[in-house]
Design a protein around this ligand. Structure first.
Ligand code: CU
Length: 146
C-alpha cells in the first residue's frame, strides 16, 4: 500500500506539471505473464462499436494498471462472439515533446472465436490509448491506469 500511495502521489504531482503523464520509473519490470482465464471472471474496462462489431476490453479487476496486464478482448456481432480476422493491439501513450510511448503487447486467440487474451506491459502510469486494428476496422480505447 505504501508503494501504491507513492505512485499515486507522484502521478498527481506530475499531472499538475505536465497534464500528460508521469515520469516515474515503472514499479515493476516483470514481463507480462500469459494467463488463461475464463471470461466469466473478468470485468469490463471499456466497450466500443466499430465495423459492425461490439468490442469489449476486460480484466480481472475491471481496470488497467501500470506494469503487466492480462486483458480479454472480445468481438461480438449481436450477442454472438465473432472472429474479426487479423488482429493487432497497440497501446500507446502520447508524450509531450517526443514520439508516443508504446508497450510490449501480445494478442493470442483464446481458442474461442472472437475472444483474445492480451498481455501488455504499460511502463508508465497515466493515460493510454489501446489501438485495436482488425480486418476491415479499428477502434481505440482511451483508458487511465488505476
Ligand atoms: Cu508517458
Amino acid at each position: 500500500m505504501i508503494m501504491k500511495s507513492i505512485v499515486i502521489a507522484t502521478l498527481a504531482m506530475t499531472v499538475l506539471m505536465t497534464s500528460a503523464c508521469n515520469s516515474s520509473e515503472p514499479t515493476s519490470q516483470t514481463a507480462p505473464a500469459v494467463t488463461a482465464h475464463a471470461a466469466s471472471t473478468v470485468k469490463e474496462i471499456g466497450k466500443k462499436e466499430a465495423a459492425g462489431y461490439v468490442i469489449t476490453l476486460s480484466s480481472e479487476t475491471g481496470s488497467l494498471k501500470q506494469g503487466a496486464n492480462n486483458l480479454t478482448l472480445e468481438f461480438r456481432k449481436g450477442d454472438q462472439l465473432s472472429d474479426p480476422g487479423n488482429l493487432e493491439v497497440k497501446p500507446m501513450m502520447e508524450m509531450k515533446g517526443m514520439g508516443p510511448m508504446l508497450a510490449n503487447t501480445k494478442a493470442t486467440p483464446s481458442g474461442t472465436p472472437g475472444r483474445y487474451n492480451v498481455t501488455t506491459d504499460l511502463a508508465m502510469a497515466g493515460p493510454w490509448k489501446i489501438m485495436v486494428t482488425f480486418t476491415g476496422g479499428e477502434a481505440a480505447f482511451d483508458l487511465m491506469t488505476q
